[in-house]
Design a protein around this ligand. Structure first.
Ligand SMILES: Nc1ncnc2c1ncn2[C@@H]1O[C@H](COP(=O)(O)OP(=O)(O)O)[C@@H](O)[C@H]1O
Ligand SMILES: [Mg+2]
Length: 228
């Protein structure tokens, strides 16, 4: 599903973001992307979402060469990916229901689809009792559940999460990880950046480590093993 083929990213100031990185992720995998700050994790994610282009090499998602996409195709490409953010990025003046419904409205879903899908997704993330609440009245963990619901509601084949538990306490983080695990069990591929040693070691999933833009480790059932 994802292929990085000898990918190099160089930013305008000549800083290397990624250095000849190659890896393959199959449909349905759960992969942690780890490494120190500046290692290139966000660069890898931005390539997948077509926010940046590589200097050389190719990035493939579902058989599409992402860096060769025409600009007008990029919005459609992005619909294949649900993104979950560390800081949730919810709209403060919209309810839980409206935050999730908006993601469907943007892609032109019908009112009927929205009326059935939003409650389904909110049930999956455990927020059926909070649909009329505003983000400010929710806990951090609940806000992230809204973020996950919004990422999932259009049924993307891939979920990308950049430090999704970075703003949560460890008990809440564990419950959010259980939710990601359930989503993965239902077939969605997950690529997650994290600095949490506990999460990576608890989950025992594939671990890809970057260092100074280079891929230095790819373990099938990995541990964290990085000094922060
Ligand atoms: N927009 C940018 N302009 C210049 N350099 C950047 C930019 N984004 C990232 N970098 C540099 O690229 C390298 C990799 O950064 P990044 O992919 O953000 O790493 P990580 O997410 O692992 O912290 C770092 O040296 C960083 O300073
Ligand atoms: Mg980053």
């Amino acid at each position: 599903m994802i292929d990085f083929d000898n990918v190099t990213v160089v930013y305008k100031n000549n800083v290397t973001g990624l250095d000849k990185v190659s890896f393959h992720i199959d449909k349905g995998e759960f992969v942690f992307l780890v490494g120190k700050t500046g290692a290139g994790k966000s660069s890898a994610i931005k390539l997948l979402t077509a926010e940046i282009k590589p200097l050389s090499g190719d990035v493939w998602l579902d058989g599409v060469n992402v860096n060769k996409l025409k600009n007008r195709k990029i919005p459609f490409h992005r619909r294949k990916i649900g993104v979950v953010f560390q800081d949730f990025r919810l709209l403060r003046d919209k309810t839980v229901y409206e935050n999730v419904a908006l993601a469907m409205e943007i892609v032109g879903a019908s009112k009927k689809q929205i009326r059935t899908e939003v409650p389904n997704i909110l049930r999956l993330v455990g927020l059926s009792q909070k649909t009329r609440e505003y983000p400010s009245s929710l806990s951090g963990g609940e806000q992230q559940r809204v973020g996950i619901a919004r990422a999932l509601v259009n049924r993307p084949s891939l979920i990308i999460a950049d430090e999704p538990t970075g703003n949560l306490d460890s008990v809440t983080a564990t419950s959010i990880m259980e939710l990601f695990e359930e989503i993965n069990r239902q077939g969605t591929t997950i690529l997650m950046v994290t600095h949490s040693e506990k999460i990576v070691n608890d989950m025992n999933k594939r671990v890809i480590e970057l260092d100074h833009g280079m891929l230095i480790r790819d373990d099938k059932k990995g541990v964290y093993n990085i000094e922060n």
